[in-house]
Design a protein. Sequence first.
Length: 89
Amino acid sequence: MKGWSLPTAAAVVAATIFFSLSTMALPAASAIVEHTFVVSQMNMTHLCKETLVTVVNGQVPGPTIEVTEGDSVIIHVVNKSPHNITIHW
Ligand SMILES: *[C@@H]1O[C@H](CO)[C@@H](O)[C@H](O)[C@H]1NC(C)=O
Ligand SMILES: *[C@@H]1O[C@H](CO)[C@@H](O)[C@H](O)[C@H]1NC(C)=O
């Protein structure tokens, strides 16, 4: 057997072009999603009672992180609360 027949080579080229086009047609490739979380304490009223609450960017629950599979996530955490903290996802 010597090399590929012409129809086989043409099929390979066609498949390669199809694959390249379908790859290009995919939505944006992986992105870098970056956020800054400022952790602090706020007095909040809950059921008529004022409580000291640990918040992220002034809100509870903290901000939503929206990503697509394959994205990279970078979160800068600035701890302005008087306590040592850990953040969990
Ligand atoms: C929360 O309220 C208390 C009592 O009024 C006050 O001493 C404290 O400074 C307040 N803390 C914050 C983070 O606002
Ligand atoms: C926070 O952690 C550091 C290092 O372990 C410790 O020295 C410090 O006392 C802690 N601060 C508080 C407020 O717990």
